[in-house]
Design a protein. Structure first.
Length: 915
């Protein structure tokens, strides 16, 4: 260089430089800037101050600190633009982690051809997930074109690395513990001093408290790590390229919104599906048809069995306005209201095919990708609940790549291949994203351990907490007040009149904070803008925590669009208004309180899940814009927050979701802000309980990359999970039960098995006796859910020695029906007297074979194949000859059924279906 910059030799020119810098016009940066003066994220006020640039000329370059800050923010790819890769080489010396070094990219290298190094840099960026606009590169040369590789047939076997289970998941300590005790064993005083952040000359008297403090920090960190999860995306196993699936067959309904009919994907999807060979039935939904009744009529008017339904309704992002009410926020759209109606209509119309909901730019598959369709993100939260409440009609979610003009042929091909693969028996993926490179699938994994930097985020100035008088908001307010926040603004709909608001104010003021409790509905933009305008200039707003919202406990079938809109906008409108009104305000933190309902779904909470998925989408957009954001998808908290009272907490624990102590949750929030997480899921999950119950009616590939969830599912898939360690006690009890039944009369058998069922039901429900367990009462009326169904199945497996399906209570919906089924399976040859067993000796093993064969076919499959009504008619004729139709030439049909094998029975059903 020409001068000794960043040294005392620059002092003589600083005054002149200050004059020049003071004469310039500064603008606030649009992207985050890491300051080489401080080594931290620069604030706009710094970069627009001439004195900052004077310091920049004179002071040392804190390059190492800047790289450390970038790493802490989750930046994994660094691109150097310049005539040589000097800084890239320096960064290699600074970042010792091989994974971090792999993300260092230099655009040019001295002494090498520019074209070669530039293309190599683009390739490095591309394989690390960066979005590269290749069009300018290929445009000047017509002969350049894309080619699918490899150009030869090859094995479609994937070698995707399986994640290793973290130490936190096993509860066996952390690697930091091991490193610490190794340093102790080596008597490495220098290493210990560095770990404990002590002067090497410190006495033992100061070392011991430091050891205790360090140990407490590590234990807290380990507890926090055990609660942290994140979403990742990986390539679809088997791929979505040409030949990855069968031909697309049958008739598909393509449901498009009239309000977004010009969207490129509306035409592209129809053209691609038709070109792939399917019969496309286009259904255009106008505003007048976007209700349940009209939508059901539209589907029934198709008058054809459908292989599937592909909905593009979510593309309509116009604001929804329920009749007779004020216009809702644009955060709840007509597309979402129509998607709700379509889902209900698919159930009502019994169209046969499964429902797939498509969005465009509603999810981010990597840190470099923004979410432009934030309003469409709601469909992803909603769809996850549809899969839990209506697995019989659910296909899944597909996010399509953005298209401002013509949709690329590769994206069309990936979509049709995906749709064709959904018809195969082994395809269970239901959360996918189509991108130019192929299809990706969504996975839940443990968040990597990221120790928070020494200088963690501390609240300062004014902190705004929406929902601040609620249980969760109050816990955050206490933490902020104790951490140094000068002024707290707590909002709720009732403000100072909210329960315990006065006590909370006194508690926070005692901690040293000035407190404002305001009655403000943050869904009201004008009211929120007025509140923000009143924040004092001497304590400017530094952080926002959006914890306001409404809960929900209503199934999709029972939810109307106005109710849905109320739940959604209570949470999303405030977040959208805060994002808009504070867009240009430099903030230390912008925190959104999301929920696990939006991450993996929760029955009875479709609207709530949609709202929280919107928050996560908003967070991904803010991250891509370089703005401060942390969205935490919370599991249930203890106390009077999400979990409610002790009874609710006990119910959640049985489901596999123990409530978190508020102290642990706040520690996790502090950590997320310290490491600058944009999105993180924080929940205490007992996977041994949760995973089997969550997947009882439908598999969930979302959990495939969680080792503890896989183990729980493997254990629950067989009878061994219900047995004792050696299984001997269970086998003896089951054998004794069979002997007792074999020696009993028909009436005694029925009473014995019914008593067993009632006792196990009572035990699962926590009753002290069986009085409340009536024989004819439906399990759903007892309050059975997927977890209690799994528990009952497990207990009955152990008591009977049978291997019963997890759908037991859904297949046999009352204790009486279930007991008769158990008796038939326990004593198939001598179950006379059971209401479900025919005393006729013609009830042969052939009949049993037919029953087993039909029982192995899901009801939905029979319905899709058009066999359901025929099989039911056939069963009715055989079971009740006295109610059969008038005699015909086929009067001997019933007599011949006993001699039929499975193939002949199905053929008979097919023949009947034609009549």
């Amino acid at each position: 260089v020409s001068h000794a910059f960043h040294s005392p030799l620059m002092d003589p020119v600083l005054d002149d430089f200050r004059k020049v810098a003071g004469g310039l016009t500064y603008q606030e940066p649009k992207l985050p800037v890491i300051s080489n003066v401080t080594g931290e994220l620069a604030e706009s006020a710094q970069l627009t101050d001439p004195e900052y640039w004077v310091r920049h000329v004179r002071e040392a370059v804190r390059f190492h600190d800047g790289l450390t800050t970038l790493t802490a923010q989750g930046v994994s790819t660094l691109l150097e633009l310049g005539p040589d890769s000097v800084l890239t080489a320096m960064a290699h010396d600074t970042l010792t982690d091989p994974a971090a070094q792999a993300g260092l990219v230099g655009a040019l290298r001295k002494g090498r051809a520019e074209a070669d190094t530039f293309l190599a840099a683009l390739a490095q960026l591309h394989v690390r997930g960066a979005e590269v606009d290749w069009a300018p590169l290929y445009a000047p040369v017509e002969s350049r074109r894309r080619v699918d590789l490899p150009t030869y047939a090859f094995q479609h076997q994937t070698y995707w690395p399986q994640p290793k289970e973290s130490a936190a998941a096993d509860g066996q300590g952390t690697s930091v513990d091991a490193e610490f005790w190794e340093a102790v064993q080596r008597e490495d005083l220098e290493g210990l001093a560095e770990t404990l952040e002590l002067d090497q000359d410190a006495s033992l008297k100061s070392v011991l408290p430091a050891l205790a403090s360090w140990r407490r920090r590590q234990q807290e960190q380990q507890q926090v790590d055990a609660l942290r999860y994140q979403i990742t995306w990986k390539p679809l196993p088997g791929g979505s390229g040409p030949g990855a699936g069968p031909a697309l067959q049958g008739a598909w309904a393509l449901v498009v919104p009239d309000g977004a009919a010009e969207h490129p994907w509306c035409a592209a999807a129809e053209e691609a599906m038709a070109a792939a060979g399917t019969d496309v039935r286009r259904v255009v939904v106008g505003d007048e048809a976007a209700d349940r009744t009209e939508m059901t009529k539209l589907l029934r008017d198709l008058d054809a069995p459908l292989a599937g339904v592909l909905s593009l309704l979510a593309l309509d992002e116009r604001s929804y306005e329920p009749s007779g009410s004020l216009a809702q926020s644009a955060s709840f759209t007509r597309g979402m209201a129509a998607t709700l109606a379509l889902t209900q209509a698919v159930v009502d119309a019994e169209v046969g095919g499964r429902l797939w909901i498509a969005t465009c730019g509603a999810v981010s598959v990597g840190a470099a990708e923004s979410v432009r369709g934030v309003a469409q993100s709601q469909a992803w939260g909603f769809g996850r609940v549809v899969g839990l409440e209506h697995p019989e009609v659910w296909g899944g979610l597909i996010d399509l790549p953005e298209a401002t003009g013509a949709v690329p042929a590769s994206a069309r091909a990936h979509l049709t291949t995906l749709l064709s693969r959904t018809a195969t028996e082994d395809f269970t993926e239901d959360q996918l994203a189509v991108r130019p490179s192929g299809a990706l699938v969504r996975r839940l994994v443990r968040a990597p351990r990221r120790p928070a930097p020494a200088g963690q985020w501390q609240p300062r100035g004014t902190v705004l907490i929406t929902g601040g008088t609620g249980a969760l908001g109050a816990h955050v307010a206490r933490w902020c007040a104790g951490g140094g926040a000068r002024h707290l603004v707590l909002t709720s709909r009732r403000g100072p009149d909210a329960p315990r608001a006065a006590e909370l104010r006194a508690e926070l003021e005692e901690l040293g904070a000035e407190v404002t409790i305001a009655a403000c509905d943050v869904a009201d933009r004008d009211a929120l803008a007025g509140l923000l305008a009143e924040i004092p200039a001497d304590a400017p707003l530094s952080a926002v925590v959006h914890a306001a919202g409404l809960g929900q406990d209503r199934m999709i079938d029972e939810t109307g669009p106005a109710d849905f809109a109320e739940i959604v906008t209570a949470k999303t409108a405030g977040a959208a208004h805060l994002d808009e009104l504070l867009g240009g305000t430099p903030l230390d933190a912008f925190v959104l309180f999301s929920s696990i309902a939006g991450v993996w779904g929760s029955g009875g909470q479709a609207a709530y899940a949609a709202a929280n998925a919107f928050l996560d989408g908003l967070a991904e957009r803010r991250r891509a814009q370089g703005r401060a954001v942390t969205s935490v998808a919370w599991g249930p908290w203890a106390g009077s927050g999400m979990a409610g009272d002790d009874e609710a907490a006990a119910h959640l624990r049985k489901r596999g979701l123990p409530v978190m102590r508020p102290e642990s949750a706040v520690a996790a929030l502090r950590h997320a802000l310290g490491v600058r997480d944009a999105l993180v899921t924080v929940a205490d999950v007992d996977w041994e309980r949760f995973a089997p119950a969550f997947t009882v009616r439908r598999p969930s590939p979302l959990l495939d990359d969680l080792p503890e969830a896989r183990r729980a599912l493997d254990a629950a898939s067989g009878v061994s999970g219900a047995r004792s360690a050696d299984g001997a006690g269970t086998d003896d009890a089951a054998a004794a039960l069979r002997e007792r039944l074999a020696a009993a009369s028909a009436d005694e058998r029925e009473r014995t098995v019914l008593k067993l069922v009632r006792e196990e039901v009572a035990a699962v429900l926590g009753h002290t006796g069986t009085e409340a367990v009536r024989e004819d009462r439906a399990f759903k009326d007892f309050g059975f859910d997927s977890l209690t169904a799994v528990e009952l199945r497990t207990r009955l497996n152990a008591a009977t020695g049978l291997s019963l399906p997890s759908t037991l209570v859904f297949d046999h919906p009352t204790p009486g029906e279930l007991s008769r089924q158990l008796l038939a399976e326990l004593l198939p040859d001598s179950a006379a007297g059971s209401g479900d067993v025919d005393d006729d000796p013609a009830d042969t093993e052939a009949d049993a074979e037919v029953r087993r064969a039909l029982a192995s076919v899901p009801i939905a499959r029979l319905r899709e194949a058009g066999l359901m009504d025929a099989v039911l008619r056939l069963a009715a004729q055989h079971a009740s000859p006295d109610t059969a139709p008038a005699p015909t030439d086929d009067d001997d049909m019933d007599d011949s059924i006993d001699a039929m094998d499975v193939d002949n029975l199905i053929q008979l059903a097919l023949d009947n279906s034609d009549s």
